[in-house]
Write a protein that binds this ligand. Structure first.
Ligand SMILES: C[S@@+](CC[C@H](N)C(=O)[O-])C[C@H]1O[C@@H](n2cnc3c(N)ncnc32)[C@H](O)[C@@H]1O
Length: 254
């Protein structure tokens, strides 16, 4: 039977590739690539570097297709419709890729940034393709080192406090309000500096940009004392590189 691997390649440092991820990469006959129109050259280069460095046998065939663009709706209804339409097109595309590009007993692989379990839609798409039954295949997911584990490691802090909970959320949700009973929150996908919306002076922040890469930046401290510095450093880095990837932990002081 065809097999499709979803391989977490880690969030920036090629050394984040696990032994399991390297073994999985070396099983692939075909690498599926969904090319995003706005994908950053640095991220493409890292994927290439990982293949060159870790594939020891013959290089797999590459099956590359354009990832369908996802529009942004003006109203929640419009947004829901656009997302549903985007998912539909991605599902059809992946079904075609697996059916057309993979021989009966071959192995295909998608490389996903960080860990496939965090803000990555590939496992959902493959579950949908499998449920629709147009092509038969099995899925194997290989975990990777996520931006949030990289963040904790680089700052040398745990994400939770003893026996405590951690909320993992997006900038947009944080901007809508932090639940009163949440003391520790990891924020990803924040284009808008949502930490500025957190009221009061009882949080500290552990912020990391381009984690695991040569451009990595780390800032930590009492939120109200370092937020302007983060804003300045972030804007400068974004201008210099043309893109930004940052993640942070907010921790309520007790
Ligand atoms: C689409 S999500 C993918 C997350 C990924 N699956 C993971 O496990 O890290 C992209 C977001 O992850 C975070 N991120 C990914 N790589 C990062 C890095 N090297 N440094 C800082 N944040 C990163 C950023 O918040 C970015 O907006």
């Amino acid at each position: 039977m065809r097999a499709v691997l979803v391989i977490g390649i880690g969030a920036g440092d090629p050394d984040y590739m696990t032994v399991q991820a390297i073994a999985a990469l070396n099983r692939a006959d075909v690498l599926f690539v969904l090319e995003k129109a706005d994908e950053q050259a640095d991220l493409l280069a890292l994927r290439r570097h990982i293949c060159d460095r870790f594939i020891t046998g013959e290089q797999p065939r590459i099956a590359a297709v354009a990832d369908p663009p996802r529009g942004r709706g003006d109203t929640p209804e419009e947004q829901r419709r656009l997302v549903a339409d985007w998912r539909r097109r991605r599902t059809d595309l992946c079904a075609r890729l697996i059916g057309d590009e993979l021989g009966e007993d071959e192995v295909g692989a998608f490389l996903t940034w960080g860990d496939p379990a965090l803000y990555d839609g590939m496992t959902d798409v493959l579950a949908q393709v499998a449920a629709e039954g147009t092509v038969e295949f099995e899925v194997e997911v290989v975990p990777g080192i996520s931006a949030l584990t990289a963040l904790a490691a680089r700052h040398g802090v745990p994400l939770n406090r003893p026996g405590g909970a951690v909320l993992i959320t997006t900038g947009r949700r944080l901007a809508a309000g932090l639940p009163a009973d949440v003391d520790d929150v990891v924020v990803m996908l924040d284009g808008e500096l949502a930490f500025k919306c957190v009221p009061g002076d009882d949080f500290e922040i552990y912020w990391g940009a381009y984690l695991g890469t040569p451009d990595e930046i780390l800032i930590s401290g009492r939120l109200r004392e370092v937020e302007d510095e983060i804003e300045r450093v972030r804007a400068r880095a974004r201008e210099r590189k043309g893109w930004m990837f940052d993640t942070y932990l907010l921790r309520r002081l007790r």
